[in-house]
Design a protein around this ligand. Structure first.
Ligand code: SAM
Length: 285
C-alpha cells in the first residue's frame, strides 16, 4: 500500500537521507493525497497499461501508479533520489527506475523495449522548466502513447486548452490541440507541494488523437504561419506573416488566400481557429 503522500511522511524520508531540494531540477514534491488520487484517476490507467513517469521524486505518485498499472518505468534525473526510490518502491515488483535525463532518453526505444503489446500512458508532475519541450517532443515525434497526464503551471494548462479570441490562446494551444484533446482535471494550489512553488498548478490530460482533426498538406508551413501570427499578435495576420523572416509571402498572397476562405483581410491571427490555419496553409502550399 502507498505510504507516502503527506508532509509528515515526505519530511521523514528526506530527513532520513539528508536530501536537499534542487531548484534547478524543479523539485516540488506532492504532499496531498487527494491531488495524487485525482492525477491517477485523470490518467484513466487500466490494469493492462504501461506507464512512463517523468521525475518520480521520492516515489509518492509512483507507488500509486504501480497499484493502478501493469508496469511503470520512472525516469529520474537526480542521482540523490535513487537510493530513496529503492527504499520507497521496494514493495512493488512492477517498477523500473532509470536514472537519466528524460530529454536525452530515447523514449521510442524505451517503449519498444519495456512495454511490448501494452497501451502506454505518460504521467508526470513535471518540472516546469521542461514542460513545453517535453510535451512538444512527445507529440511531434508521434510517440506511441495514448495520453499524457501532467501537472503544469496553471497558466500553461490554460494556454494548452484555450480557444480562438481568448487571451491565453497562442502557438502552444494550437500545437497541442493539433495532436491531442485536452481536459483540465484539477487546479492545485501551492500548499499541496513541499517546498511550495510561487505559482498555482493545474493537472491537464492530453489524449493523443489517432487521426488528425484537420488535414494539413505541409505541417511545417502551418506551424510557421502560427508562429508568425503570434509573434506579433496585435498586428493583422497579413502584416504579421509578411514581416516574419521565416516566410516569403507578399501581402497580396495572404490577402488573396484569406479572401478565398471568406476571412477579412483585417483579421488578427489570434482570431483564427486551427481549421482556419490549416486551410490557409493548404492554400499557400
Ligand atoms: N513526482 C514527484 C512528486 O510528484 O512528488 C516529484 C515531482 S518534482 C515537480 C519533478 C521531478 O522531476 C523531480 O524529482 C526532479 O528531480 C525530476 N526531474 C527534473 N528534471 C528532469 C529531467 N530532465 N529528467 C528526468 N527527471 C527530471
Amino acid at each position: 500500500m502507498a505510504d507516502l503522500g503527506s508532509a509528515k511522511s515526505t519530511a521523514s524520508i528526506i530527513n532520513k537521507y539528508g536530501f536537499s531540494f534542487q531548484k534547478r531540477f524543479g523539485q516540488n514534491f506532492l504532499i496531498d493525497e487527494h491531488v495524487l488520487d485525482k492525477i491517477v484517476d485523470a490518467a484513466l490507467i487500466g490494469k493492462e497499461d504501461g506507464v512512463i513517469e517523468i521525475g518520480p521524486g521520492i516515489g509518492t505518485m509512483t507507488q500509486r501508479l504501480c497499484e493502478a498499472a501493469s508496469k511503470v518505468v520512472a525516469i529520474e534525473i537526480d542521482k540523490e533520489l535513487i537510493p530513496i526510490l529503492s527504499e520507497t518502491m521496494s514493495g512493488y515488483d512492477n517498477v523500473k527506475i532509470i536514472n537519466a535525463d528524460v530529454m536525452k532518453t530515447d523514449l521510442d526505444k524505451l517503449i519498444r523495449d519495456e512495454f511490448s503489446g501494452m497501451s502506454v500512458k505518460v504521467v508526470a508532475n513535471l518540472p516546469y522548466y521542461i514542460t513545453t519541450p517535453i510535451v512538444m517532443s512527445l507529440l511531434e515525434n508521434h510517440l506511441p502513447v495514448e495520453s499524457i497526464t501532467i501537472m503544469v503551471q496553471k497558466e500553461v494548462a490554460q494556454r494548452m486548452q484555450a480557444g480562438p479570441g481568448t487571451k491565453d490562446y497562442g502557438a502552444l494551444s494550437l500545437a497541442v490541440q493539433y495532436y491531442a484533446d485536452t481536459y483540465i482535471a484539477a487546479n492545485v494550489p501551492p500548499n499541496c507541494f513541499m517546498p511550495r512553488p510561487k505559482v498555482g498548478s493545474g493537472v491537464i490530460r492530453l489524449t493523443v488523437r489517432k487521426e488528425a482533426e484537420v488535414e494539413v498538406t505541409d505541417e511545417k508551413l502551418m506551424f510557421s504561419l502560427i508562429r508568425a501570427a503570434f509573434n506579433q499578435r496585435r498586428k493583422t495576420l497579413v502584416n504579421a506573416v509578411t514581416n516574419f523572416s521565416g516566410l516569403d509571402y507578399s501581402k497580396e498572397d495572404i490577402e488573396k488566400a484569406l479572401a478565398e476562405l471568406d476571412i477579412s483581410e483585417k483579421i488578427r491571427g489570434e482570431a483564427l481557429s486551427l481549421q482556419q490555419f490549416a486551410d490557409l496553409s493548404n492554400i499557400l502550399t
